[in-house]
Design a protein around this ligand. Sequence first.
Ligand code: AP5
Ligand code: MG
Ligand code: ZN
Length: 204
Amino acid sequence: MNIILLGAPGAGKGTQAVRIAEKYKIPHISTGDIFRKNIKEGTLVGLKAKSYIDKGQLVPDEVVVEIVENRLKEADCKAGYLLDGFPRTLAQAEALSKITKIDAVINLDIDLKKLADRLTGRRICRDCGESYHISTYSDKACKKCGGEIYQRDDDNIATVNSRLQVYENQTKPLIEYYSSKNLLKNIDGGQDIDKVFEDIVNIL
Ligand code: AP5
Ligand code: MG
Ligand code: ZN
């Protein structure tokens, strides 16, 4: 199954994606994770992406589309995949429709007012990608794998506000876009993590 996870910054895409990928044995493709890896390794793509990510703006469509197109050609995507954070603009969605066929779009629906707190309090495992929140987990090591826990550079309040604004203007229209194609499944992303996952599994 080819799945898109749609949702605002902090809606819980990464949190749910790790669980979905594990349960359905499909690769979790996060364009944000791909950029962060490239930034860390100092590649040309990373260098290009960093200036946008630091400001909370979107990396240009042509850069992202090329990355996803190449990634979807890899052997592990043959039996399905999960896209997290792509597409994020109508142009990306149109480009994707020319590359592959999507079976379901899961939209994690949540009140945007809740998201600044989720994002500024988020901590992530460097090794397995699990997300935590400082209000419920303050250890320095990951509960699942023991990996180092860190905070993303773009999870400061100024960049978060800009990311939320960009979501409103550029990504939200995708809800209507996929709805009109009868692919959209809405999930209440404001519920607790296990309940959100249960709803997703019921839909899939
Ligand atoms: P990306 O890495 O995709 O960031 P994002 O979309 O801003 O989303 P996040 O990863 O911040 O949130 P999430 O929904 O994954 O939430 P999470 O599960 O971690 O992109 C980063 C940047 O890269 C972009 O700004 C852009 O510059 C660039 N980029 C990436 N893709 C691009 C594209 N296609 N085009 C152009 N540019 C692109 O959860 C957040 C927190 O909430 C955690 O602390 C978690 O523990 C907690 N939480 C999760 N679920 C729940 C719940 N149900 N209840 C309570 N707490 C919860
Ligand atoms: Mg994420
Ligand atoms: Zn871990």
